[in-house]
Design a protein around this ligand. Sequence first.
Ligand code: MF3
Ligand code: CO
Ligand code: CO
Length: 259
Amino acid sequence: MTVPIKNKDGIARMREACAIAASVLDSLKPLVRPGITTQDLEEAGRDFIASHGARSSDYGYQIGSRRYPAHTCISVNEEVVHGIPSFRRVLRDGDIVSLDVTVTYNGYIGDNAITVPVGRITPKLEELLRVTSEALDLGISQATVGNRIGDISSAIQTFVEAHGFSVVREMVGHGVGVAMHEPPEIPNFGRKGTGDKIKPGMTLAIEPMVNVGTHRIKTLSDGWTVVTADGSPSAHFEHTVLTTDAGPEILTLPRRRSA
Ligand code: MF3
Ligand code: CO
Ligand code: CO
């Protein structure tokens, strides 16, 4: 499948959608503290999205015969991705929580995620968050015109494994634009010099999912929540990136408010 190239108008709309997606994450981050439920974060996210005139790309998103029932994905500890917010899930001191927000605005989609500590976390978890976030940065730095998708994958895998963690293999990053998941697939493991060639005007969601233990995952009986097979903690960071002749540009940065 050929990788969509966005024109000027598409890029302008991507910028808007991504800026909104980023500001939603930015607004949720300070709410994370012991005692809050994942449903509280969901409701704040849902309301922030609406207040920006956008809509959640997650809500009603269909895989097979299932539709995703919430406006955000909130995954705690051993949950890798697609955690369904719940008023029964109370965040505790020492937890980590991954917030993945995807919004549609003006027909275009911005996708981004962060993992944040709840209260005080162990040094091991601190390292997990740092390594996953740095792996994302390294992956992004490989998203240059003339490189290949495998250059991104390889940079992420090499860095993560050098730190003794593992990358999830069954879920991948992806192109993003008018659809949440467009070509190309962007695995978080692989070999340099392989895969599609990067051209200007691609919008790519790069998203390492990193586990403390095994790279293996399973899906819970709710049909959505993906957890590590061994119950070890997992972190997830994601940005939507535009490829340009001047290098990769991260679109999912919150827009600076003008004074
Ligand atoms: N935001 C996710 C991604 O990074 C996908 C959301 S799945 C949904 O690709 F079911 F919540 F929609
Ligand atoms: Co996402
Ligand atoms: Co994504």
